[in-house]
Design a protein around this ligand. Structure first.
Ligand SMILES: NC(=O)c1ccc[n+]([C@@H]2O[C@H](COP(=O)([O-])OP(=O)(O)OC[C@H]3O[C@@H](n4cnc5c(N)ncnc54)[C@H](O)[C@@H]3O)[C@@H](O)[C@H]2O)c1
Ligand SMILES: [Zn+2]
Length: 417
């Protein structure tokens, strides 16, 4: 038999067998029994919405750090996304000034670390090792803090390093993109890409706190601002009709990135994501359903088929949202016409809802995006579960996708482009 793989490549000695039974009448009960272990762990973490978090008069950071041990001086390591550091050259100085002003309770450990941001940090196999080395050099322990300031990619990478270092050190997130603030930042996951696969390695690790500072959004390039809006449209569609109506009424102001409506979009979207995690019944995604991934099965595949510079996550999600809205109509789930409203909203927000890769086919003639379904299920495990729409504001789960309706939905997008 050659189908046993040994790693390392040598035969391991079998464990010694169980102790030999004695003559006692209770022997069976000793060697054959089930003890049910059970405990409940409660998680809570503040999600702050503010502006100018590093102005010394803004006490949110100080408060969240001190929330369990108010009398102590806390050791804090700070990591900044290089893109953020470049856009805000005074940020590091402001952070140092903040720590000096609150020196009684906050101890900034060593230098502020500037990291390369974007997806590259999740792709670099040495990145996590370097982060662990820095955490070790700074002697961060389970009562110290690792703060990450950056986009979703830096949140994921530093969050992962913080989660595995000493089996988890306290981690505070400062998401700096719309997507980071309205979606990923409030979540409980982190991951890096490994073996060429997206988010292959990661953990479920709720943060110590999340601080959403609107000032970071001001410095974002327009494209990045727009990208995160598709996640807000997504949660409105599956959970909150009122929010969708609000998005429709404010679409033009949002397309101009006006501060007040954009701040509301971020806050409302974050709240709906938080609600889903806390009350959706499956915060660590052990079941087959992923309601927050509406529109994402197409998006994930499109992202892989195109270069990230051509189509970012948010742009791919916008296409996936529109496609699944029309599919929901074809499946008889969503009233006809509602798909057009979804399309119109996304277009008004500035999204381009077409990419030629939608039509690319395998040699077999099958649409390449349909391969995404298989990959989507493989990532989740369990039964294929796709969220569609039964109304605007109401998601519905299905377990099968009809190739013909996907083809027709792609043709619909092409016709409208
Ligand atoms: N853990 C989760 O639950 C979850 C959920 C959704 C997405 N994600 C992950 O998030 C990542 C995408 O995150 P993203 O969309 O925030 O992009 P990103 O982190 O890749 O950042 C995009 C670019 O913007 C720069 N940047 C970030 N903030 C800036 C600012 N305020 N000013 C100027 N430049 C800034 C970054 O340096 C980077 O070059 C993906 O890796 C995705 O897998 C994770
Ligand atoms: Zn997404």
């Amino acid at each position: 038999m050659n189908n046993i793989y040994h790693y390392p490549n040598k035969q391991r000695k079998l464990d010694a067998s169980l102790p030999a039974p004695t003559d006692s009448a209770d022997t069976r009960a000793i060697v054959d029994s089930v003890q049910m272990q059970r405990f409940v762990v409660e998680y809570d973490y503040p999600v702050v919405f503010t502006r100018h978090a590093f102005d010394p008069v803004n006490l949110h950071l100080l408060d969240v750090v001190r929330r369990r041990e108010p009398g102590k001086r806390h050791r804090v390591a700070v990591f900044i996304d290089g893109g953020v550091a470049q856009a805000l050259p005074h940020l590091a100085g402001q952070i140092q000034a903040y720590f000096s002003a609150h020196n009684e309770f906050l101890d900034l450990v060593g230098d502020i670390v500037v990291l390369k941001g974007g997806e590259e940090c999740k792709n670099d196999p040495d990145f996590i090792t370097n982060l662990l080395q820095i955490l070790s050099d700074k002697a961060i322990d389970r009562h110290s803090f690792a703060i990450a300031i950056g986009g979703g990619a830096i949140m994921d990478a530093v969050g992962y390093a913080a989660a595995i270092f000493h089996r988890s050190v306290r981690h505070i997130r400062f998401p700096t993109t719309v997507l980071g603030q309205d979606d990923s930042g409030v979540g409980v996951k982190n991951a890096v890409n490994w073996l060429g696969l997206k988010n292959l390695v990661g953990t479920f690790a709720p943060p110590w706190a999340v601080i959403n500072d609107g000032v970071f959004i001001d410095s974002l390039p327009a494209r990045e601002k727009r990208c995160g809006m598709s996640e807000a449209v997504k949660v409105a569609l599956i959970r909150d009709r009122e929010f969708f109506l609000w998005l429709e009424s404010n679409a033009l102001a949002l397309a101009r990135f006006e501060t007040v409506p954009l701040s509301y979009l971020i806050k409302r979207s974050a709240q709906i994501h938080m609600n889903q995690i806390a009350h959706g019944g499956d915060p660590f995604e052990s079941g087959s359903a992923r309601p927050l991934d509406y529109g994402h099965w197409v998006a994930h595949k499109l992202e892989r088929m195109t270069n990230q510079h051509v189509l970012s996550h948010g742009e791919a999600v916008a296409i996936g949202i529109a496609l699944d809205a029309h599919y929901s109509v074809l499946a008889g789930l969503l009233p006809a016409g509602e798909d057009m409203r979804v399309h119109q909203l996304l277009v008004t927000l500035g999204f381009k809802l077409w990419n030629d890769q939608l039509e690319s086919r395998h040699e077999s003639g099958r649409l390449a995006v349909l391969q995404g379904l298989r990959e989507f299920r493989e990532h989740l495990g369990g039964e294929l579960t796709i969220t569609l729409l039964s109304a605007i504001g109401k998601g519905i789960e299905v377990h099968e996708i009809n190739d013909q309706w996907v083809t027709e939905s792609i043709a619909w997008l092409k016709h409208l482009k």
